[in-house]
Design a protein around this ligand. Sequence first.
Ligand code: G3P
Ligand code: CA
Length: 253
Amino acid sequence: FAQEPTVGERKQVDNVAHRGATAYAPENTIAAFDLAVQMKADYIEIDVQRSKDGELVVIHDTTVNRTTDGTGKVGDLTFEQLRNLDAGSWKGKEFTGELIPTFEEILDRYRGKVGILIELKAPELYPGVEEQVAESIKKRNLDKPKNEKIIIQSFNFESMKKMNKLLPTVPIGVLTSNTAHTTPEALQEFSTYADWFNPSYGIVTKELVNQVHANGMQIGSWTVRSQEAADFLFEMGVDAIISDYPDYVDPRN
Ligand code: G3P
Ligand code: CA
């Protein structure tokens, strides 16, 4: 009799939309985040910085030059100046009028709908940003364990140690692409305050995945821009894949 086709067993991996569904819409805008939700991402990833007058805003680069029609450093522009920029048309004229979102607007719009992976981008440029982020999260009770999925991550490890003290119940992630941070000593030290070790995929090996797990952390890797890279990370056994293409990570595809 005919043999049943084998269906591969694949572990559940969080599908994280890097700056939203960035391949298809302008990164770090409502258009990109809404599309990620529509594409059934488990998390959206956002980059948080601060305006000159203290508003937390969502943008990746430390200048507005690449992703808006303006110029200058994010931290040198007032919120009003930032909010007057067009953050969509560089990606295509159908996105004209997309704005730089505020951090609080993103929390309010997406909480309960999708997980939010919050990156503090260059927190060393914004003294006190950790307290401000913690305040916005606490005000909304998002630090209560039963509540929605949020994770806070950064390349700045001191900032993440501080975040862990401010919000002990919120999972913390450390970001790196440096193999010097994959030694047993380094991983052990990260595990004293972090729940996630999030490396670029170029340094991911099965051994690293096992070591991260042995230290009680989960591993999420970035930035996937091809099906091959997604498949490699599934094969390595990571817990989350951070991708510009949520469709490459969707187990239904
Ligand atoms: O979430 C990981 C990834 O966002 C880190 O790199 O430069 O895209 O913020 P970057
Ligand atoms: Ca990021």
